[in-house]
Unconditional design. Structure first.
Length: 206
């Protein structure tokens, strides 16, 4: 099967004809009436419905992105030594940081996954100031990123997630607080199921 989707990014096109020596390349900028497409060819013997393969292919790519980020963005493949214990300690530390940052980003944007190469530059571009008063600590953030409106919405979602944990699990052990945070984010990601009703026994008689 052949899948196609529209290209949303700006493109610069050039003519396929070979330029003469010293001749400047001619660039063709598509106007508003031109639509560019990108294609993907899939080969499968699965029995799923034809319309679901596009999403299955994208989901598989999302799974691979996690391993790609661990190696290239978080340095999981960049530390090697003959001491196996040091390698294991380094790999576990990277995995913990990656896991924590991934949940933090899903709290910021439950509807879509954020890649490390863009999310770190976006969510870490700010100045924080902690204020302690009456036994409570308040963190004030001043965004320094150009996309301040987008960043403010992400921080609002994070604040709601942490506020939920604070309200329901403040007196619980730290492990239970983490579970409350993860449960909150998962509930935001997944779609609620319709109310369950038992089957009609009369309808099952045939």
């Amino acid at each position: 099967m052949v899948l196609r989707r529209s290209v949303k990014a700006d493109l610069a096109l050039s003519r396929k004809t070979k330029n003469e020596p010293g001749e400047q390349m001619e660039l063709l900028m598509p106007d508003k009436d031109v639509q560019a497409w990108e294609y993907a060819v899939l080969v499968t013997n699965s029995a799923y419905a034809l319309e679901v393969f596009g999403q299955l292919y994208r989901d598989r790519a999302d799974c691979e992105n996690g391993f790609d980020e661990l190696k290239n963005q978080w340095g999981w493949g960049g530390f090697t030594t003959q001491d196996i214990e040091r390698c294991q300690t380094s790999a576990r530390a990277v995995a913990l940081v990656y896991n924590g940052w991934s949940w933090y980003c899903r709290a910021a944007r439950p509807g879509a996954r954020m890649e490390a190469i863009t999310s770190r530059a976006l969510l870490l571009a700010g100045v924080g100031r902690a204020v302690r008063h009456a036994g409570q600590t308040t963190l004030h953030l001043t965004p320094m990123h150009a996309a301040v409106d987008k960043l403010a919405a992400l921080i609002t979602h994070i604040r709601a997630a942490l506020g939920h944990v604070r309200s329901v699990a403040e007196q619980l052990p730290k492990a239970n607080r983490w579970k409350a945070f993860v449960d909150y984010v998962v509930a935001k990601i997944t779609r609620p199921l319709p109310p369950w009703s038992p089957p009609d026994p009369l309808g099952l008689v045939g």
